[in-house]
Design a protein around this ligand. Structure first.
Ligand code: ADP
Ligand code: MG
Length: 478
């Protein structure tokens, strides 16, 4: 039987406000436990929450960037449940009237086609504290620093059909919220995490299958692996005559398996009701217009500009605009060179990205700056060095040996363009390889590469390749 996979994501983005959503306590990450939890975050009697306007503005930015409806009237509701890291006994969230309504986002599939993923809604809520299990024997520690941190929970339609699509969508949202500056995107610190809802159905069946929800996955790689392993489990279960039960499951990365955490509560178990301590928030038209004015250039617009301004392919433009840092870096390289946009793109995406990847470094930690990389590309474009020698210069630059110009000078890597010097070597090589000359003249074109290689070897790769080719053709009579 053929199975179709159905996935919907709930993404929790921590909004990058300085203070919490309903109190003035700091949201900074990494402080000593419970040093950033004030009376409001602790839920002490008699305190009153005060809404952080900036959190609302950030949510509106997200709505504008995803063509979403904006909830003009916002109501905050209490979602009641007990958990040790939730001292109030309820979480303030939005239920019926969220700030972001129906929107959409385009993703590119592996075959290059574009698919639109529906965004059901995105609502504001407060984060809970953290339970710390590791440092305490037989006990659990509670850190309430995170309690009250603003979250925008972005809920998608069940529109994704594979783990790869889910990851593509997740990356798109990640790129968008970091472009907008509303989330720092730090997945290791939990600023951006997602729950994946997964079900399967026989291909062609109209109704969805029963879903399970994989909780709190905080890396792109784990999302893909968790979904795939859960899909496998569900298919096996059904094919063995079993039934998927709706439940929350935990992905265990160490064992690459999902485990049942709890069966799914019905939504109305939470007894949502409007929080009597918070007034409805009305968002005025002028406010929305003013926020629209502050939007930065968004990924899609930047991508289109990279195609028109730099003559890049859609594919390259998309890769380079995947995050704002990379796009800025690329533009700084082009600026340093003063052109050669395509060559710059290759050096950023292939050589630099490859080296960073190999060394497990982030772009921000790159030992080669944009200006330095630009300096290298400039020497390729003015033919001081060949593309091949440039790789050698790049390696030296990466190792901290200085700028391209000083490395080229010090190592004597300048390209030889003196026709007489190249001709001398060409003549030598032809004279000492009569057998290959014969083969070539007998029509074996492939031997040409042998000659190029020999000349380059003697000239330590520094001969201008175009001149080498031309001279060899002339002399060999090809
Ligand atoms: P809850 O609030 O209980 O988690 P929602 O109805 O809000 O439930 O749905 C949560 C997520 O589950 C959404 O992203 C939605 O797209 C997804 N979803 C709903 N039904 C299915 C299904 N059958 N298979 C996969 N995902 C689903
Ligand atoms: Mg859910």
């Amino acid at each position: 039987m053929d199975w179709e996979v159905v996935i919907g994501l709930e993404i929790h983005t921590q909004l990058a406000t300085r203070s919490k959503i309903f109190s003035g306590a700091s949201t900074a990450y990494g402080a000593a436990p419970n040093t950033q939890a004030c009376a409001v975050d602790l839920g002490l009697p008699g305190v009153l929450p005060v809404l952080n306007e900036e959190a609302v503005r950030m949510a509106v930015k997200f709505a504008l960037a995803t063509n979403a409806e904006i909830g003009r009237k916002n109501v905050f509701a209490r979602k009641n449940y007990f958990y040790p890291d939730l001292p109030k006994g309820y979480q303030i969230s939005q239920m019926d009237l969220p700030v972001v309504g129906r929107g959409e986002l385009d993703i590119r599939l592996e075959d290059g086609t574009v698919k639109t993923i529906g965004i059901t809604r995105a609502h504001l809520e407060e984060d809970a504290g953290k339970s710390l299990h590791e440092d305490f024997h037989g006990m659990t520690g509670i850190d309430l620093n995170r309690a009250g941190t603003p979250l925008l929970e972005i809920v998608s339609e069940p529109d994704m059909r594979s783990a790869k699509e889910a990851v593509a969508y997740l990356k798109k949202i990640h790129s968008l919220v970091t472009y907008l500056g509303i989330c720092d995107g730090n997945m290791a610190e939990g600023s951006f995490r997602c729950d994946a809802n997964v079900s399967v159905r026989p291909t062609g069946q109209a109704e969805y299958g029963t879903r399970t929800e994989l909780k709190n996955i905080n890396s792109f790689r784990f999302v893909e692996r968790a979904i795939n392993i859960e899909v496998e489990r569900q298919i096996e279960l059904i094919e063995d005559g079993g039934k998927v039960v709706q439940e929350t499951r935990l992905y265990d990365a160490d064992n690459n398996e999902t485990r049942s955490m709890r069966s799914k509560e019905e939504a109305n178990d939470y007894r949502y009701f409007p929080d009597p301590d918070l007034l409805p928030v009305i968002i005025a038209e002028e406010t929305i217009d003013a926020i629209r004015e502050t939007l930065p250039e968004l990924p899609v617009a930047k991508q289109q500009r990279f195609v028109s301004e730099y003559g890049l392919s859609d594919y390259d433009a998309e890769a380079l605009t995947a995050n704002r840092e990379l796009a800025d870096f690329y533009e700084a390289v082009v600026k340093a060179v003063g052109g050669e946009a395509k060559t710059c793109a290759n050096w950023v995406m292939v050589d630099l990205a490859g080296a960073l990847n190999k060394a497990s470094l982030e772009l921000a930690e790159s030992p080669v700056s944009a200006v330095q990389l630009g300096g290298l590309v400039r020497r390729i474009s003015d033919k001081t060095i060949s593309g091949k020698i440039a790789k050698q210069v790049f390696e030296a630059m990466w190792a901290g040996e200085g700028d391209a110009d000083s490395i080229i000078e010090r190592k004597g890597l300048k390209q030889v363009t003196d026709n007489g010097a190249i001709e001398k070597v060409v003549d030598e090589i032809i004279a000492s390889n009569p057998q290959q000359v014969e083969q070539y003249r007998a029509g074996k074109d492939k031997v040409f590469g042998f000659f190029v290689g020999q000349v380059m070897k003697v000239m330590q790769g520094k001969a201008n390749p175009a001149q080498v080719n031309e001279l060899l053709k002339k002399k060999l009579g090809g």
